[in-house]
Ligand binder design. Sequence first.
Ligand code: NAP
Length: 284
Amino acid sequence: MKHRVGLIGWPVEHSISPAMHQAAFRATGLSDWQYELLPTPPAELPTRLKSLASTAYTGANVTIPHKQAVIPLLSTISMAARGIGAVNTIMFHDGRSEGHNTDSVGFMLDLAANGIQVYQKRALVLGAGGAAHAVVTGLANRGAHVVLMARRDQQAWQLRENVRRAISRQLQIEVQPVSALGHVAATVDLIVNCTPLGMWPEVDASPWPETVPMPADVVVYDLIYRPLMTRFMARAQAAGARVLGGIGMLVQQGAAAFELWTGQQAPVSVMYKAARQALSQATE
Ligand code: NAP
């Protein structure tokens, strides 16, 4: 029997997930597995889920703009997805749908794969949307002191409240205004961009204003993976910082989804190679 999985989003045509997952299926001998693009405008999300659950689909990934909206449409939600308030992976069985979130674990696995320790380190997180929620959850849970900064302070305070309420009031999450960027930058070990500033096709944008000096003795992690080297990363690298782009997180969150669907260990290096190849072929 054919196993079908796919990506629910709007739009989805630029996604590299099909290339990454098809490579993983090939490498693990899962020749009867197929990854499809499932373009779904918001009004069609409920119908899409019903039809996937009632047909032969084994699972799905969920991307912008459905990660939050999908929650009330699912039968059950994992603790991780509930804590983060977003679902990026679904498993279907017997007409039921189970929501998971692999973004937080994907981010933390990529830090670990690159030998970056966060326990008792200070981490500045830029942005307070869905990806920031996953990143802050992972970092704070692992004992980092998080400084959160977003153009809307209220959104940052809400994220702090949601993470602490879901996990523990002991978590160290501080909110600072964007005006404090220069001061805060000098005190942190890790800076994570969780805004879309610099993402293709707006590649000249950056979350780091020209007027604010870039620290040298930090790790800069940009969640953006298209382009592979963002303007922000290039500036940080030129200042002497160690830089990492979002491709590693993309691969690790995909690997975690692969393992949920198939029950097999994901071929992470195969997925990384396929993702990199697909990204270098894509318009940059
Ligand atoms: P989101 O929920 O829309 O959140 C984006 C955040 O950035 C919000 O706080 C938003 O503030 C802020 N922002 C947007 N435009 C801004 C601007 N011009 N100036 C200052 N702040 C701005 O998006 P998301 O899902 O968190 O995704 C954020 C980025 O992470 C995207 O580039 C996405 O591709 C990337 N991502 C990568 C991975 C990976 O695996 N590597 C996984 C998930 C996400 P407002 O609410 O005020 O607009």
